[in-house]
Design a protein around this ligand. Sequence first.
Ligand code: NAD
Length: 450
Amino acid sequence: MKIAVIGTGYVGLVTGVSLAVLGHTVYCVGRDKAKINAINAGKAPFYEPQLEQFLKKLVKKKLLIATDQLTGSVKDADITLIAVGTPTVDDKIDLSAIEKATKQVGSALKNGKRYQVIVVKSTVVPGTSEKVVLPILEKYSGKKIGEFGLCMNPEFLREGNAVSDALHPDRIVIGQYDDTSGKTYAKVYTKVKTDKLFTNLQTAELTKYAANSLLATMISFSNEIARIAEHIEGVDVMDVWKGVHLDHRLSPIVGGKRITSGFLSYILSGCGYGGSCFPKDTKALLNFAKERDITTPILAGTVFINTTQPGRMLSLLKDNIDPIKGKRIAVLGLTFKPNSDDLRQSPALVLIRLLKEAGATVVGHDPMMNIIGDKKELHELDIILKSKAQDALSHADAVCIATSWDEYKKLTPAIFKKQMANPLVIDGRRIFSKDQFIAAGVVYKGIGYR
Ligand code: NAD
C-alpha cells in the first residue's frame, strides 16, 4: 500500500519506518527542507536506537521517501496518517496543527476518485476526530464521509524504545468511523501478529489518555509514598518498593521463576515524569474533564505531585547545604529519560531553573551532549555545559542525578570524592547503592530517603 504520514517528528518518522519495514511505500511529509534532505540521506533528525540503521536501508530501497509535497503525497496514498504535534497550551490541548494539517489533507482529497482512509495518529481528546477532523475533511474535500474513510489509531510507542515498539506493537487499537474505514486501514497491519482492537473513534481517543494517565498516576503515587517515607526515620522507599513489587499479582511466579513486569518501572520513586506525552496528556485530560464539570481528584493529584517533584531534590539539597546561593551544583542527566535526546518537559530542566533561582551556579552534563548541546532549551537556562560527566563534577559542592543513564551507574564513590569540592550526592533516580556510597564517605541522599 502507499501511505502518507504527515509530520516527521518522533511518532511520524518512527511510524513511517515501521510501515516501510512492513513493505509499504511511505511518504514522510514534513515542512523543514533540511530535515527532509537529512532523512533522504538516511540520517535521523533525532536520536532513537536503531532508527538510523533502518532509515538508511529503507531510503535506499525507496520504501521511505521524505518530502514537503503534502498534496501530491496524499493524492497518491491509499492511507494518510496525521501525526503532527498536539501540545498543551495553558493546560488545554492545542489542536491548531491538527486543524491545519487536516485542511491540507482535505484539499488534497478533492477531485480524487479513489477511496482513501484518513487516520488520526496524534493524541487527541475524545471527540476530536469526529467533531473537528471530520467536518474539516468534508469541507475541504467537498466529499462526504463514506466517500473517504476515517480512523483514529493511537500510538503507544515509548521514546528510547520507539523503533522496537513500533515494529513489535503490543496492541493495535483502531477507532473506526465505520466498518469499511477500519477494515481498509487494518490491511496495513495484516502481517503484524498482535492483538487488534476495533472500537469507535472516541473510545480509541480515550484509550490513549487512560493508558498514559495510568502510568503517570503510578509514578506520582510512588512519589507520594516517597514523601511519606522521607519523614520516617530509618525508612528507605526503595526497600518499600522491593516488598511491594514481590506481590505475585505484580511479579507472578511462572514455572518456578519470578517474572518482572515492565509495569514495575512505573512503581518507583524519583524526581518525576517528563517528556512530550505524560505531562501534556494528563493536563489535557484534566482540562477536558473540568470543562465538563467532572471531578477528577486522582488526575489532579497526579499532576500536582509531578509538578512539585523536582522541587523535592532542591529540598534535600537545602537540608544538607545552606545557603545554595553561590554554590556550584552539578546536574547529571538533562534529557527526560535515558536513551533519548528529548528535553521536552524534562524534570532536570525544572530542577535547574529552581537551582538558578536559588542563586546556584549550575554545571550540566548529559551523554547526548553532542546532539542536545545546541538546543535552545539548554541555552536559555544559562548554565555551564560539560561533555564529560567527571568534568561536570569537578569542584562541585553537590551533584543531583536527574536522569538514570547507564553511564552514570558506573561512577564510583571514589570519583565523586576525588572530583568534587564536597561529595554530596542527591540521587533523584536512585541509581546508586546507598550503603556503598555512605560506607565510602559520600554524603548520599535520595528521593524517598533522607
Ligand atoms: P513532534 O513535535 O516531534 O513532531 C510533530 C511534527 O509535525 C513536527 O516535525 C512538525 O513540524 C510537524 N508538522 C506539524 N504540522 C505539519 C503540517 N501541516 N505538515 C507537515 N508537518 C507538520 O511530535 P511527536 O512527539 O512526534 O508527537 C506527535 C503526536 O503523537 C502528538 O499528538 C503526541 O502526543 C503523540 N504521541 C507522541 C509520542 C512520543 O513518544 N513522542 C508517543 C505517542 C503519541
